[in-house]
Design a binder for this molecule. Sequence first.
Ligand SMILES: Cc1ncc(COP(=O)(O)O)c(C=O)c1O
Length: 442
Amino acid sequence: MNEMSIPRPNNLDAFWMPYSDNKYFKDKPRMLARAKGMLYYTPEGREVLDGTAGLWCCNAGHGRTEITEAIQKQAAILDFAPTFQLAHPIAFEAAARIAELTPAGMDRVFFTNSGSESADTALKIALAYQKSIGQSQRVRLVGRERGYHGVGFGGMSVGGIGGNRKQFGAMLPYVDHLPHTHLPAKNAFTRGEPTHGADLADTLENLVALHGDTIAAVMVEPIAGSTGVLIPPKGYLQRLRDLCTKHGILLIFDEVITGFGRIGTDFGSERLGVTPDIITMAKGLTNAAVPMGAVACANFIYDAVVDGVANGIELFHGYTYSGHPLAAAAAIASMDIHARDDLPGRVRNIEKYWEDAAHQMRSAPNVIDVRNYGLIAGVELAPREGKPGSRAMDIFRRCFDAGVLIRVTGDIIALSPPLIIEPYHVDRIFEAVNDAIYKEAA
Ligand SMILES: Cc1ncc(COP(=O)(O)O)c(C=O)c1O
């Protein structure tokens, strides 16, 4: 594409940018105008290597022709039809394709438009399920400190990131939290799952002792991404699974970032060897070409809710765009690429190279931890005195100016490239991060 044909905004005032330092950005804009494969391009045509798959979402790389064509074709056939009390065929096809990837016996799929909506939908389904089996007292939802489940009131309340909550008051009632599993004193510089911390799952017993049989569900990310890459300690998720089963609590895995190949299997639960009752997803589902999220439920949950009502609407929940035809087309095309190009297999082939490259950061100045799993890596930096987050933000800006997109959260660099990454891209990403870390420290 001719760079001259890319529109350049001359007014940055109107767009209130999400999760952004609006004043800084509008003073010093950094724009991305187009993308292909592993690369973004600025409006001036400068290449920026994508170390974050957009926002953990363009797993198959950018500008995949198959997805673009599927969306274009579908737009010409059916732009929109409701899915309340009637539907269109492609939504059923997309749901069935997702069910082929989710664990056995988890074949019922509810469509949303984002990870946040998927989190809130999963929590509502859990409450509806408990009610439908005669457990109406189970109204309590349990999350984990440092968890991120998006920005709806449900996900934000069950989530455990203080900064996301402090502007918004009291949150949902009847929510409690497990402790987070980040134990740098014991686990720093671990490759893969850390050794220490499985016993932190046992704190669910304390919550059960406190709240009795009022807990409906526990929701956690199998690998927490947005809070800065927290890999579950060995045995932790299994213990959580066992305790949920023991106490009649549903286990929800928020797989918005671990779904669709990121850690070397279709969903992360498979690689981590623990099957939840509900999986939330979004992002890689459509390769981010059209917004779409989904919630996959164990069949027994669907059966209980749907059979629990003699006739009429069974679940009083849904979005105008649940199963939107364009999103469904993008999802099917993305899952075609996922299968044909064996994206999970690509991750397993390159993850050792990725891990070695990440852990070379260990000796760089101010690096206090490196952690990784699949095609995810976190590089944690010592914060500057009195200015948390500013060191990593400085490194983010240096990397961008050097042509590599990274993501930072607090003082943690979180890397999650498209799954089509090649070794020379891995080298380029970590060279840029290394250079930026040294320059910042100089
Ligand atoms: C685990 C998890 N859940 C939910 C969300 C929210 O997704 P969205 O921004 O699409 O609402 C995210 C986004 O990063 C996420 O990482």
